[in-house]
Design a protein. Structure first.
Length: 205
């Protein structure tokens, strides 16, 4: 959760600070109750604001959902990719990616939310459809850039179709998350990803 004192110390204006607190509380609420189950009234209570106060910052539940998803990507970027130049150093990128997957074990509710929403958002009418389409594109772009680098350095097998491999890695991560949600005791997502990179691509981290 976001600490109010920490936000104040960073110099956040009051309105921006409240918005950040709402997003943090909503992430927890969505993860626990599910996006479809949580009403705006319930979310307002969870966020410690009135229904009107919530609507002032986020007029619709859809706009709050997108803010929650975007904020989680931002936080993960700060935690694991600060100082990284996209996929310019491919080996470093994949090491960081494995660390993200290992970290996800600590936020099962968030992973469950993503697993559910990413499937539902295949429907173009879903409020998160554009978000997930964009996310898939930039993630595939970054992974492909990392693959270009490790290929040029001779760290992976020759003859790989980098576009296909980038898509395969995303599919693997998404699939591992679903398996882990069902069988957490027997699914080590980070180890499986690292093993796949070595066995399939020849990339040793």
């Amino acid at each position: 959760m976001i600490d109010e004192g920490d936000l104040a110390a960073r110099g956040y204006p009051k309105g921006r600070r409240k918005r950040a607190e709402i997003v943090s509380a909503a992430l927890h609420a969505f993860a626990v109750d599910g996006y479809r189950s949580a009403s705006m009234t319930q979310l307002a209570a969870a966020c410690g604001v009135s229904r009107a106060g919530l609507a002032h910052h986020f007029p619709t539940k859809e706009s709050l959902l997108i803010a929650v998803l975007t904020e989680r990507d931002r936080v993960n970027g700060e935690l694991f990719f600060t100082g990284a130049d996209g996929g310019a150093d491919g080996l470093d990128y994949f090491r960081r990616l494995v660390r993200v997957i290992a970290h996800n074990v600590s936020v099962p509710g968030v992973i469950g939310l993503y697993a559910t929403l990413s499937t539902e958002a295949a429907d173009p009418a879903h409020p998160a459809h554009d978000y997930f389409v964009d996310r898939f594109r930039w993630l595939r772009r970054d992974i492909r850039a990392a693959l270009v680098d490790v290929t040029a350095r001779g760290l992976v097998h020759d003859g790989l179709d980098l576009d296909d491999v980038a898509s395969d890695i995303i599919a693997l991560i998404d699939g591992l998350q679903v398996q882990w949600l069902m069988e957490p005791a027997t699914t080590d997502m980070a180890a499986r990803l690292e093993s796949w990179l070595e066995q399939t691509l020849g990339l040793r981290l």
